[in-house]
Design a protein around this ligand. Structure first.
Ligand code: FMN
Length: 96
């Protein structure tokens, strides 16, 4: 199924942190129940079309989509593994 995540346009920048944490909790809860879930930020590029299809109120901003379902671990796209940057490549620790 497809989930569309929106936020009230009047919310301040700090609310995007709350939304991000909610998204993370959603994705982890899905995983804990044996489901697969994948965020799709690119859905935000289709805000007008999504508004029209779902009759969303104008004050709701489309932030992202989430694909949710029963994963097929054997599918090539689910077997593909990307490299991960090392911790020091994107973090600096000061004062230690
Ligand atoms: C909120 C959110 C939005 C995302 N949007 C996109 C997206 O638009 N396009 C994309 O390729 N990956 C997007 N991702 C990443 C994928 O959902 C997924 O995590 C990633 O493709 C997994 O591959 P990786 O293990 O190689 O990182 C998004 C992830 C999150 C959490």
């Amino acid at each position: 199924m497809g989930v569309i995540v929106t936020i009230d346009r009047r919310m301040g920048a700090g609310c995007f942190m709350d939304l991000g944490m909610s998204l993370m909790a959603f994705l982890m809860a899905a995983e804990a129940r044996g489901l697969g879930a994948s965020g799709i930020g690119a859905m935000a590029n289709y805000g007008p079309q999504i508004h029209q299809a779902l009759a969303l109120p104008g004050d709701e901003m489309v932030v992202c989509g989430i694909a949710l379902g029963h994963p097929d671990p054997q599918a090539p796209e689910n077997r593909f593994r990307t490299d991960r940057a090392e911790l020091p490549d994107f973090t600096s620790f000061r004062g230690f």
